[in-house]
Design a binder for this molecule. Sequence first.
Ligand SMILES: [Zn+2]
Length: 603
Amino acid sequence: MGELSRRTVLRAGAMATAATTLGAGPASAADIGVSADAFPLSAVTLLPGPFQANTSRTHSYLLFINPDRLLHTFRLNYGLPSSATPCGGWESPTTELRGHSTGHLLTALAQAYASTGRAEFKSKGDYLVAELAKCQARAPSPGYLSAFPESFIDRVEARQPVWAPYYTLHKIMAGLLDMHTLAGNAQALTVLTGMAAWAKRRNDRLTLTQRQNMLDTEFGGMNEVLANLYQLSGNPEHLAGARHFDHAEIFDPLAANQDRLNGYHANTQIPKAIGAIREYHATGETRYRDIAVNFWNIVTRDHTYVIGGNSNGEYFKAPRRIASELSDTTCECCNSYNMLKLTRQLFRTNPQVSYVDYYERTLYNHILGAQNPQSAHGFHCYYVPLRPGGIKTYSNDYDNFTCCHGTGMESNTKYVDSIYFFSGTTLYVNLFIASELRWPGRGITVRQETRFPESPSTRLTFTGSGQTALKLRIPSWTSGVRIRVNGTNQNVPATPGTFATINRTWASGDVLELDLPMVLNREVTPDDGSVQAVKYGPIVLSGAYGTTNLSTMPTLNPASIRTTSTPLRFTATASTGPVNLLPFYAMHGQRYTVYWRIGSAAP
Ligand SMILES: [Zn+2]
């Protein structure tokens, strides 16, 4: 089948079930408590811009990477021959997390295939699934699939030292689920179902106390992937398996809206909250929803840096400590990858602009700028340093394979997943990213052309016809918004922090223009009023320091900030002398500062 016909088939399949899914593929049970949904990846295409450029680099990496090298440790673990060169870094044959990248690769290949319809992505994913199935078939313990022996599970159950075996299994299970739902691979569902049955058996043997003690070790999103599988299978064993991973020590205070996060490993906790909201969607039990919502509120309000990331040295600190927690190991990228996953599930549950404002902040200022644009394969940051004088460092082809290299593959193959949402015939335009939406089943195409954020506006052109209530996100950072349809000003409420609604019967050729004026603004850290970050609209500006490794935080004179002829580029005077300011997402290959000492109060 050619690309066009295959894409049509994918879209038709997704269309029939889109309202019931993660927003990404078919499912059998409707999610409870959901009032907006995403379109399938196949319905939205990126147009030229920084997100498409990032995606293209990651696609090149996915086509380049040798699957036999990623299968090497799996094959050895099952006594199968492998002559592949072992990978290095976190995939080395002696690293306890080995195998996790194979799971990320499955997800990234599935997403790349769903977005582009290119057979190379699917065939590489299909090969990985088939070879993993051969390994699983040889497991002494039916269903067990891993690149490390099952004795690692004995160790985590016995509370003996071991890195994070269930974390790794979760990545493999999530990759298999994505190969099934996004790339139509039936064998992936069989392999995943075997893994789920193995996990259920393994945990049924433990007492509740033994299980809860075991959950003190990082286990990724085991509750999420099993809840997702339950939504697909309807098998109550899968929901019971998900509940085995409800971590009471974390969930109980969150259900009571208490912030006990200080001292906890940050990225260990975020997937638990994603699991909680999916368990709410599966069961309707509001305690799960409250856990997820309270977690999101606590983290975004009291633990989040200006770029949207969290954690210092991978840990949550006391609430509202930002200026006092700047280092070379701030803002692990996985944390923001997971916070965005959580945020879009909360938006589906309660479509509020505040969720999208956070999504946009984190997408532009952390995720977009975590990939090295100088690397043809999209090498990725682990931490994003926020101390003055910090510099971004990146992964490589085969000798790094950190968690963030893996989630980087995923983030950079799914930028289309949160630009538009829908509810019935209502269309939410959440993000201002150049893209084209082909609305499945409605014959309506919406083409969004924009140079945002370099230009503070966007333009939507409609093809096809039909009544649609268009909900345009009016971000909290703007004021004086203007909306025009076919050149005529629309006098509708457009308060920042809400959606402006244009309800009309759209016709081919209709053009909607949205102006979103941006101004310079500052964000003050909660623990030191003199430590501030400078933004233009939602875009964090950073000072360019070349090879100068700052030993103290520079003082910036905010009155000295001047525009230049280049969008989003400014000059200013600091205690270090004249300094260029540029978007933090574009800051690569040199040292920088994001936070400044600024004497005056923020405007
Ligand atoms: Zn990571």
